[in-house]
Design a protein around this ligand. Structure first.
Ligand SMILES: Cc1cc2nc3c(=O)[nH]c(=O)nc-3n(C[C@H](O)[C@H](O)[C@H](O)COP(=O)(O)OP(=O)(O)OC[C@H]3O[C@@H](n4cnc5c(N)ncnc54)[C@H](O)[C@@H]3O)c2cc1C
Ligand code: FES
Ligand code: FES
Length: 501
């Protein structure tokens, strides 16, 4: 199968990004070089650490700044699984960038010092960068939000109490140091319309970086970043063997952990249309390259009951780059978005050349990591219906840890009652079969019947007919069967009101 994306006349081969006020230009870069390796081995910026090299520990956290509506957006990301060409058009901020020219620490760093929030210090640069992204993006948040922001930063020796204390203190530290000589990055987030001089300079600099022509690197390995969906469709059609790269939170690990040699990569992150969410009366229409952070903001607006599930998906640095299209396409039986999207009735728009077809998400999975995508085809959009009638939706994730863990079982439910009779019910589990799968027998046992403890208890046994789960390192078959039943009971208890009986 051909894996080499073809060349076009409107390509450029130079990666350009901003680092500490300077535009860096890179040519002849290996497209799978990670930002972490580049920082440590080429630039010798060794403040950014390597722990796991798979997005789990946060030691490598850096911040990406890019433009959203002519304002700078700051996102914490994991440098260990981010490929260097994806820096194109953005600004990179590392822990070395934070110190003022006169040596003064950044308010986040000062707060860490004063709260005694570091012992061995290995996690500290990553924690500082996660907190820095927060400091520049939000007003002082709640304790729960602080916990969530730090969910991807593992500290093995200090303990989180002083770190959280530092996080709560950093805004006060920032307001104590209003010296005009300090860099603008020392000032905390402000939602004022007026952009300060430092930020304006970065906005102007980012605007000068060329985003009109596609970045294309052709060497031993190929990397191309089309800027329109039509261009993407042609490239994927002509080179069906090339690897699509969206957030890279799966693909990055193929390189850092499996040492795969990715000969050709087509990057989706530069296509504006794929990064857009459109909301209509009927549905939330999500471009395949929208990040999970952005999708979940909209999804929880309509379905606030999904908030916990979405907060427990990996960590903020992963969700800041991982896309919904990538989560769906990777075909994992334990991908966390699928059960909830399937019960809501989500549909996919698949594109092949100039042809489009629509398919229900539940029909997309044909077997273990085997999807309905034909060679040369890709996911263009995801449509998630907006249900306005009286209904109940829930999703529960069972994993060994609350934060940053992979599901053993994930159950999702969507129920409509007429009086106390079940008129509509969809149940879907991840982790119970080779694909995310609906519990058809269990649904049928309940539809048309009263929503009572007795009917739910009887229907729970039908889950044994719906699934033959496996035993693996996450859970045994027996555990999975029991948990799936208990989650259905939990859904009943969460939604049952005596008035509906
Ligand atoms: C530390 C860590 C924690 C994680 N935790 C979770 C978790 O809690 N829950 C969970 O479900 N997942 C988790 N993941 C897995 C991963 O983050 C998700 O699957 C993520 O949504 C993948 O999206 P991406 O944009 O990064 O995909 P990529 O890595 O860019 O791509 C993934 C796959 O999809 C293909 N692809 C991407 N976009 C398209 C498209 N539009 N059309 C066709 N094919 C496409 C790629 O070619 C590749 O095969 C975790 C990963 C890491 C590293
Ligand atoms: S090194 Fe552990 S998340 Fe990157
Ligand atoms: S200070 Fe040692 S790991 Fe956090």
């Amino acid at each position: 199968m051909d894996a080499t994306p073809s060349r076009s006349l409107s390509e450029r081969n130079t990666i350009r990004f901003v680092l500490d006020g300077e535009v860096i230009e890179l040519r002849q870069v290996d497209p799978t070089l990670t930002v972490l390796t580049y920082l440590r081995e080429t630039l010798r910026r060794t403040g950014t650490k390597e722990g796991c090299a798979e997005g789990d520990c946060g030691a490598c956290t850096v911040v990406l700044a890019d433009l959203r509506n002519q304002r700078v957006r700051f996102r914490a990301i994991n440098a260990c699984i981010q490929f260097v060409p994806t820096l194109d058009g953005k600004a990179l901020i590392t822990v070395e960038s934070l110190r003022a020219p006169d040596g003064r620490l950044h308010p986040v760093q000062q707060a860490m010092v004063e709260a005694h929030a570091s012992q061995c210090g290995f996690c500290t640069p990553g924690i500082v960068m996660s907190l820095f992204a927060l400091y520049k993006s939000e007003s002082p948040p709640s304790r729960q939000r602080l916990n969530d922001v730090l969910a991807g930063n593992l500290c093995r020796c200090t303990g989180y109490r002083p770190i959280i204390e530092a996080a709560a203190m950093m805004y006060q530290k920032g307001s104590e140091t209003t010296d005009a000589a300090l860099p603008w990055m020392h000032q905390a987030f402000s939602d004022a319309d007026e952009v300060g001089a430092g930020e304006r300079e970065l906005v102007e600099q980012l605007n000068t970086l060329d985003r009109r022509t596609s970045l294309a690197i052709h060497g031993e390995r190929h990397f191309i970043a089309p800027t329109t969906v039509d261009e993407l469709a042609v490239l994927v059609h002509r080179a069906p063997g090339a690897h699509l790269l969206a957030g890279g939170t799966d693909v990055g690990l193929w390189v850092t952990k499996q040492h795969q040699d990715l000969e050709a990569i087509i990057y989706l992150g530069e296509i504006e249309a794929l990064r857009r969410v459109n909301v209509t009366d009927q549905d939330i229409d999500v471009g395949a390259a929208v990040t999970l952070t952005e999708v979940y903001q909209t999804l929880t607006h309509y379905y606030p009951e999904l908030d916990e599930l979405l907060r427990r998906f990996a960590s903020p640095p992963i969700r800041n780059v991982a896309t919904l299209g990538g989560n769906i396409a990777n075909g994992s039986p334990i991908g966390d978005s699928m059960p909830a999207l399937i019960v809501l009735g989500a549909r996919l728009i698949l594109r092949h050349g100039d042809q489009r077809r629509e398919i229900a998400l539940e029909d997309f999975y044909l077997g273990y990591r085997h999807t309905a995508l034909a060679p040369g085809e890709f996911i263009e959009r995801i449509r998630i219906p907006i249900h306005v009638a009286d209904h109940h939706v829930r999703a529960y994730k069972i994993a060994k840890r609350f934060d940053q863990d992979i599901s053993a079982v994930c159950g999702a439910y969507h129920l409509t009652l007429e009086g106390n009779v079940v008129s509509h019910l969809r149940i879907c589990y991840g982790g119970m079969a080779a694909t995310p799968l609906r519990a058809y027998q269990c649904e049928q046992a309940l539809i048309g019947n009263a929503w009572t403890e007795a009917s739910v208890t009887a229907a729970m046994t039908r889950l044994d007919g719906d699934y033959t789960p496996l035993t693996d390192m996450r859970a045994s078959e027996a555990y999975r069967r029991l948990v799936a039943k208990n989650l259905l009971r939990r859904f009943f208890l969460d939604t049952y009101t005596p008035a509906s009986s």
